[in-house]
Design a protein around this ligand. Structure first.
Ligand code: NAG
Ligand code: NAG
Length: 499
C-alpha cells in the first residue's frame, strides 16, 4: 500500500505547497519521520507561501529556525486579530514641533526632524523568544551654519549602500548624500557620526518633497512637480543622464515600482487629477503622459476637466495578501478627503471618458478604486499609508490630526479601527511604516511604535524615564509594563472610544 511516508521527499515537498498552519501542525504530530520532514521542509514551505517582509526583524529572523519564524508570525497574526499590541514612544518629546520624515532599511530606522537625523538600529534578540531589540544609535545635526535653520523635507536609504547611505533633501532646495558611521565608545556606548557630500540642488526655491530608491534608481519629486528619475551614482562609471518630467502641480508623494510588468512611478499631487501613473521605459525614461489616472468612484462619470480638485498625500504598494493577490500593480493611496483608496492597475473598471459633446477626451480614462476605506469618525486628511501587518493583509493610514493611525484588514474592510499615538500628541502622523508585527509612526514631537509581536519587554525599545505623566505618557493598569496607554476605537462601534 502506498503511504505518505513512502513517497520520495521531493514529492512530499510539492504536496506541502498546498498546506496551511493546521496541516503542518497535525502532520508533525503523526510520527517521527513526518515530524522531521515538517521541521526540515514544511515550515520553510509555509514561510514561502506566507511572506511577512519586515525590515526591523530581518537580521534576527535570518538566525531563527523556520519553525521559530513561523511561530512568531502565527502569534503575531493572532495578536492583530485581537488588536493587541505594545505602544511605545521611541524617544522623549523633542523641544519644538517639526514636519517629520522617516525611512527604514534592514539595519536601521532613521527619522528626520528639523535639521536632525535620529537613528535607531535593529538588533538581534538574545533568545528566540525575545523580541529583536530596537536601540537608539544617536542623533546627528545636518546644520551648515549654527544660526541658519534647515529643515529636512525627504530622505531615503540608497539601495546598495549597506543600509548606511542616505540621500537627504532640505527645504532650501539642497540635497546631500549622508554616510552614517556607527561606532562604539570605550564604555560600549554607541556613537553615530557621518560624512556628507552635496548633490545638485533644485533651482528657483523648489525643493524635494519625496525621495525613493529602488535597485540602482532614485526618484525625486519636487514640490513644484518636477519628477526626476536618475541613477543612484554609487557606481561612478554610470553617467546615464536623468529622465525629467513636469507633473505641473503642487506635488506631495511618489511611489516607485520596478517589479511590475510595466515598471511605473505614481505621483500624488493637488489637482483635479491628483493621482497619476507614469510608465518607466527600459531605457529608464519616464513617460511624459500618464498611463493611468486614478480617481474616486463618486465623480467617476465626469469628464476629466470637470473632476473636483483633491490631493493625494500618501502612497504605498498594496498588501501582499489581498483579494486581488500580491501584484505590484495594486496601489494604496491616502487622500485629502480622509479616504484610503486601493487601485488595481490591471482592472478594466474605468469610467467612460466621454466629454460633454460626446468626443473621447485625450489620455487614459480615470480608473475607479477597487476598494475605499474610511474611519467614519474622522474626516481628517490621510497623510501617510503603508501596508503589511497581521496576515500581511492590513493597511495603516496616518491622519492629519490627533496622532491617529487607522488600520483595516482588506479582507474584512468594514471592521477597521483607529488608535492614537502614546501620549496622544495633537499632531499629524507624518509618516508610517507598517511591517508584519511592528507599525512605526512619527508625529511632530516624536517617533513611536505599536508592536504586535511576542516577547516584547522593557528592553526591546529605548528606555523612557519612569516618571509619572512624563511627556503625557500613561501606563494602563494590569498590562505589560513595557506598554503605554494608547486610546483605541473601532470604526463600527456606536460610541467614540471603546477603551
Ligand atoms: C522649519 O520648520 C518649522 C516647523 O516645521 C518652521 O516653523 C520653520 O519656519 C521652518 N524653517 C525653515 C527655514 O523653513
Ligand atoms: C466591529 O469590528 C470588530 C473588529 O474590529 C469585529 O470584531 C466586530 O464583530 C464588529 N462588530 C460589528 C457589529 O460589526
Amino acid at each position: 500500500m502506498l503511504t505518505l511516508t513512502s513517497l520520495p521527499v521531493d514529492i512530499i515537498i510539492i504536496v506541502f505547497e498546498s498546506l496551511g498552519l493546521h496541516d503542518f501542525t497535525a502532520l508533525s504530530l503523526t510520527c517521527h519521520l513526518l515530524y522531521s520532514v515538517v521541521v526540515d521542509y514544511g515550515w520553510s514551505s509555509f514561510l514561502h507561501s506566507n511572506p511577512r517582509p519586515s525590515h526591523s526583524l530581518a537580521n534576527a529572523r535570518a538566525l531563527w529556525t523556520p519553525h521559530n519564524r513561523a511561530r512568531y508570525d502565527v502569534v503575531t497574526d493572532s495578536a492583530w486579530q485581537r488588536s493587541e499590541f505594545i505602544a511605545r514612544p521611541l524617544s522623549r518629546m523633542w523641544p519644538g514641533k517639526f514636519q517629520t520624515v522617516m525611512a527604514s532599511s534592514s539595519s536601521r530606522l532613521v527619522v528626520g526632524a528639523g535639521s536632525n537625523l535620529y537613528s535607531y538600529s535593529f538588533g538581534i534578540a538574545k533568545s528566540s523568544t525575545a523580541s529583536p531589540p530596537v536601540t537608539f544609535e544617536g542623533a546627528i545635526s545636518l546644520l551648515e551654519y549654527p544660526d541658519r535653520q534647515r529643515n529636512i523635507t525627504a530622505l531615503t536609504f540608497i539601495e546598495g549602500g549597506q543600509d548606511r547611505i542616505l540621500d537627504v533633501a532640505f527645504q532650501d532646495g539642497t540635497i546631500e548624500r549622508v554616510h552614517l558611521i556607527s561606532m562604539t565608545s570605550d564604555t560600549g556606548r554607541p556613537i553615530l557620526s557621518f560624512t556628507r557630500s552635496k548633490l545638485t540642488p533644485l533651482p528657483n526655491g523648489d525643493f524635494v518633497e519625496s525621495l525613493l530608491s529602488e535597485s540602482n534608481i532614485i526618484l525625486a519629486l519636487s514640490s513644484n512637480g518636477q519628477a526626476r528619475l536618475s541613477s543612484n551614482h554609487l557606481d561612478p562609471s554610470d553617467t546615464s543622464p536623468p529622465s525629467i518630467i513636469e507633473v505641473k502641480s503642487r506635488s506631495w508623494v511618489s511611489h516607485l515600482c520596478l517589479q511590475a510588468s510595466t515598471p511605473y512611478a505614481a505621483f500624488g499631487v493637488s489637482s483635479n487629477t491628483p493621482l497619476n501613473v507614469h510608465a518607466i521605459a527600459d531605457s529608464g525614461q519616464l513617460s511624459s503622459q500618464p498611463i493611468a489616472i486614478l480617481h474616486t468612484s463618486r465623480c467617476a462619470d465626469l469628464p476629466i476637466e470637470k473632476l473636483p480638485s483633491s490631493a493625494v498625500y500618501g502612497l504605498s504598494r498594496g498588501p501582499m495578501n489581498s483579494p486581488w493577490g500580491s501584484s505590484p500593480q495594486i496601489i494604496v493611496s491616502g487622500w485629502f478627503d480622509g479616504q484610503v483608496r486601493c487601485y488595481d492597475l490591471r482592472s478594466s473598471s474605468r469610467t467612460s471618458s466621454l466629454s460633454k459633446n460626446g468626443h473621447t477626451t485625450a489620455g487614459p480614462a480615470p480608473l475607479r478604486p477597487v476598494l475605499s476605506l474610511a474611519d467614519r469618525w474622522s474626516y481628517e486628511p490621510i497623510y501617510s499609508v503603508s501596508c503589511g501587518g497581521g496576515s500581511a493583509s492590513h493597511v495603516a493610514a496616518g491622519t492629519a490630526r490627533h496622532s491617529i493611525i487607522s488600520f483595516w484588514d482588506v479582507r474584512s474592510p468594514k471592521n477597521g479601527w483607529s488608535v492614537h499615538a502614546p501620549g496622544n500628541d495633537p499632531s499629524p502622523v507624518y509618516s508610517v511604516i507598517l511591517e508584519s508585527s511592528r507599525c512605526f509612526g512619527v508625529t511632530q514631537s516624536r517617533p513611536f511604535v505599536y508592536d504586535f509581536g511576542p516577547g516584547v519587554s522593557m528592553d526591546t525599545y529605548p528606555p523612557i524615564p519612569r516618571v509619572k505623566g512624563i511627556d503625557n505618557l500613561k501606563h494602563k493598569k494590569g498590562t505589560n509594563r513595557a506598554t503605554y496607554y494608547a486610546m483605541q476605537y473601532e470604526h463600527n462601534s456606536s460610541g467614540l472610544c471603546s477603551q
